[in-house]
Design a protein around this ligand. Structure first.
Ligand code: ARG
Length: 468
């Protein structure tokens, strides 16, 4: 019996060769070869299990493992020839294995399918990439803690609606960033629990009739357990969507940090200096120093959210079980991983070199009537109802605006014309230092509170990096 196309998968079934364009169109090897290492790990575990269960002989298993190790080395040294004739990473490796070891290579696929193989590879791949992302997150968080420590008592204006609201410390502001990244870290760890479940053994969709031991393969690959339903585990990519959602939140947070760094480094704010090594100039305007790294990161946040939407739409309405649609999961996923790692890395590299311009922050905090709430609180403590106090302070602020003075610069007698409750102790509340020091409850901006928050955060971060 002759076959029409000896390269074609399941070629005996087909009377026609694959259309040349369709062959290119349906191949995924150009991008899924990125999972070669995971594919090899999965195959070694599968072969080991097959031999322990008496489905392969010990010699066959040894030959497979030897062949796969050789392939690993060929890929590592760039000698491996990838071919779209073999469609994807799985078939390329299996075909080379058969070239190398003959018939035993053809037995590797016993009791599995590319459907459970690819689902396993993606999970192994994501598990390892999440640990790289976590490493970068921890680097960035450490840099933020260090800067926060140096600026725990550096006063700056805090904003709402981007208008000066109340004085805060720069360290407190930075610790807000830290908290966001902490939740990002937790989300990644949490999604890892659902990633770390093994599809192998689900085979094409229904399981396999060979006497396999899925617990053994799961253990060999470091999965917490085999999946509970074969149909589900070859088809759903919710774990990848969940990861991409967590990545989108990281990028959303980075875009917020970026926006602030861009504003703060502008001549109008002038709160920080971003070192030259992280900025570029303009080809036409000689005076320019552009905050390229934060801008680019802000821009890249959009593409990761785009990938999240792509993956959701990819999965939406797919009937059970595996469909070729799922091949489209890889490019958005890989790009998400690359983007998040690169952006976190750029940030972690840049953050230790950011210089706060403390005097400018202080002057700016003085300018915006940032202690108006403190004056109102002062009047409330003296017995006035808050709404009335709000009115009184409004009048004092108007006087300050009209005469170009901050509240702390208005004379006591002038303040007293708005309320007789005001006495000379008011000035300790109207200073920026007094205002921040008064907010000393947990989560507040008082320098000592911020220092305590940094200590706790540092301890938790050390524990988190140990548990990686
Ligand atoms: N390249 C495929 C993917 O990425 C592998 C699984 C193919 N399975 C199949 N029955 N066609 O999903």
């Amino acid at each position: 019996m002759s076959t029409v196309n000896s390269d074609k998968l399941s070629s005996a079934r087909f009377a026609q060769a694959t259309n040349a364009f369709v062959e290119v169109f349906t191949a995924s090897v150009d991008f899924d070869k990125r999972m070669a290492e995971q594919d090899i790990q999965g195959s070694i575990a599968h072969a080991t299990m097959l031999s322990a269960c008496g489905i392969l002989t010990g010699q066959e298993c040894d030959a497979i493992i030897e062949g796969l190790s050789r392939i690993r080395q060929e890929i590592g040294s760039g000698q491996f020839t990838w071919s779209i004739k073999q469609e994807d990473v799985h078939m390329n490796i299996e075909a080379r294995l058969t070239d190398l070891i003959g018939i035993a290579g053809k037995k590797l696929h016993t009791g599995r399918s590319r459907n459970d193989q690819v689902a396993t590879d993606i999970r192994l791949y994501l598990r390892s990439e999440i640990s790289h992302i976590s490493d970068q997150l921890i680097r960035l968080q450490t840099a933020i803690l260090n800067l926060a420590e140096q600026t725990a008592d550096t006063i700056m204006p805090g904003f709402t609606h981007l208008q000066v609201a109340q004085p805060i410390t720069f360290g407190h502001h930075l610790m807000a960033w830290f908290e966001m990244l902490n939740r990002d870290h937790e989300r990644l760890q949490d999604c890892c629990k659902r990633i770390n479940i093994m599809p192998l053994g689900a085979a094409a969709l229904a399981g396999t009739s060979y006497p396999i031991n899925r617990f053994m393969t799961a253990e060999l690959l470091g999965f917490s357990r085999p999946s509970a339903n074969s149909l589900d585990s070859v088809s759903d990519r919710d774990f990848a969507i969940e990861f991409t959602a967590a990545a989108s939140l990281i990028m959303m947070h980075l875009s917020r940090f970026s926006e602030e760094l861009i504003l703060w480094s502008s001549a109008q704010f002038d709160f920080i200096d971003i070192p030259d090594a992280f900025c570029t100039g303009s080809s036409i305007m000689p005076q320019k120093k552009n905050p390229d790294v934060p801008e680019l990161v802000r821009g890249k946040s959009g593409r990761v959210t785009g990938h999240l939407v792509s993956l959701l739409m990819l999965m939406k309405s797919q009937p059970l079980a595996y469909n070729k649609d799922n091949q489209e999961d890889k490019e958005p996923l890989f790009d998400t991983v690359d983007t998040v790692i690169n952006c976190l890395r750029a940030y972690a590299d840049m953050m230790p070199h950011i210089t706060p311009k403390k005097a400018n922050m202080y002057t700016s905090a003085k300018r915006g009537f940032a202690t108006a709430t403190d004056l109102a609180d002062y009047l409330v403590r003296k017995g006035m109802a808050f709404r009335d106090a709000h009115e009184v302070v409004g009048l004092a602020v108007r006087l300050g605006v009209d005469t170009g003075r901050d509240l702390s610069e208005i004379a006591l007698t002038e303040l007293q014309q708005f309320s007789s409750l005001i006495s000379d102790d008011v000035f300790e509340y109207l200073t920026l230092e007094g205002s921040v020091a008064a907010r000393s409850h947990i989560g507040g901006t008082a320098p000592d509170t911020v220092r305590a928050a940094i200590d706790t955060a540092r301890k938790n971060l050390t524990d988190a990096s140990k548990n990686q």
